[in-house]
Design a protein around this ligand. Structure first.
Ligand code: AHR
Length: 321
């Protein structure tokens, strides 16, 4: 009798644990994502890509739009810890000021994936993988394009005044796109940045700041904008000032969003350096690899190109962002 009772107990225990294993395998993977905001067409496309990929993968996605404020993102990250999500995805609005909250994520043992942007925390132990663009190289590409364009158009030795619209102060792309561009033009003393100010990656500020550059009355030969949204806002300001964008003022942007292609086809913008926002599928793959206990590379850069006015309507129509 005793043996029979024991057998029943063991059988029941086996059934209960089998059920809980099955539940664990069936349960949705819970992912918290702390996004920067919706400051640009790029960001909107990036958010759509993440949402769609996570939905297709069947994840339970907890998505928070930080509205470009660091404190909102810190709160979102702390909420994800409290909720005990399986994996956290994070795109930091600026590079500094994350030490404390990231230490909390690490202490909670939640794997962290950095998407698009990184932080200034030393070392790479605090995150599993980072997927994004090489912002420094994007800045260099913009600089190299300008040097070649000036030489090709016979202005290689002319004194050229460049105005710069920087991205969000303290953000990775603003720091690196500036650095990469300056690294290239420093070998050409006739190419000089005469005015430089932030437009916070938004179209409205791009326009306002360009208006203030123009009001100073100094000759402007080139506009280098750290993203296309600011370039598009600035193009508006250039036109309102009675000048021809892409002719009187050479316009360089970054991102390669559809709006920039349309501007190039209309002859109002010269070039855009690609920065791909379509990171959702790679993000999902990384989450799945983590959940399966697989190793991931520390860095994965997206493959990106430079597009100038020779771009065709077919390429533009086929563009996803
Ligand atoms: O981090 C990528 C940058 O952020 C994009 O270039 C810009 O448009 C966005 O807001």
């Amino acid at each position: 009798m005793k043996l029979k009772a024991l057998l029943v107990f063991v059988l029941a225990a086996v059934l209960v644990s089998a059920c809980s294993v099955a539940f664990a395998a069936d349960r949705k993977i819970v992912v918290g994502f702390a996004q920067i905001g919706a400051e640009s067409d790029w960001r909107v496309a990036n958010t759509n890509s993440i949402r769609t990929a996570c939905e297709e993968a069947g994840f339970d996605l907890r998505f928070v739009d930080g509205q470009q404020r660091q404190e909102n993102q810190i709160k979102a990250l702390r909420d994800f810890i409290t909720q005990g999500v399986d994996v956290i995805g994070f795109s930091p609005v600026v590079e500094s000021g994350w030490d404390e909250v990231i230490a909390e994520i690490n202490e909670a043992g939640i794997p962290l994936i950095l998407l698009d942007r990184t932080t200034d925390i030393a070392g790479d132990n605090y995150f599993v993988t980072w997927i994004g663009s090489d912002f420094l190289e994007e800045g260099r590409k913009a600089g190299r394009w300008l040097v070649e364009y000036m030489q090709k158009t016979g202005r290689g030795r002319d004194e050229i005044n460049i105005v710069e619209l920087q991205g969000t102060v303290g953000s990775g792309p603003a720091i690196d796109r500036k650095k990469g561009f300056e690294e290239v033009i420093k070998d050409y003393p006739n190419l000089r940045i005469t005015q430089s100010q932030t437009g916070d990656f938004t179209r409205d500020l791009g326009k306002t700041v360009m208006e203030s550059f123009l009001k100073r009355g100094e000759r402007i030969d080139v506009l280098y904008a750290h993203n296309d949204d600011m370039a598009l806002g600035a193009i508006q300001a250039i036109k309102e000032a009675g000048l021809k964008p892409a002719e009187d003022v050479i316009v360089i942007g970054v991102d390669a969003v559809k709006g920039a292609f349309e501007a190039m086809l209309a002859g109002e913008m010269n070039v855009t350096v690609e920065c791909s926002p379509l990171l959702g599928p790679q993000f999902v793959e990384a989450v799945q690899a983590i959940m399966a206990g697989k190793e991931l590379p520390k860095i994965t850069y997206s493959i990106e190109y430079v597009y100038s006015q020779e771009v065709t309507r077919r390429v533009v129509d086929g563009r996803q962002f």
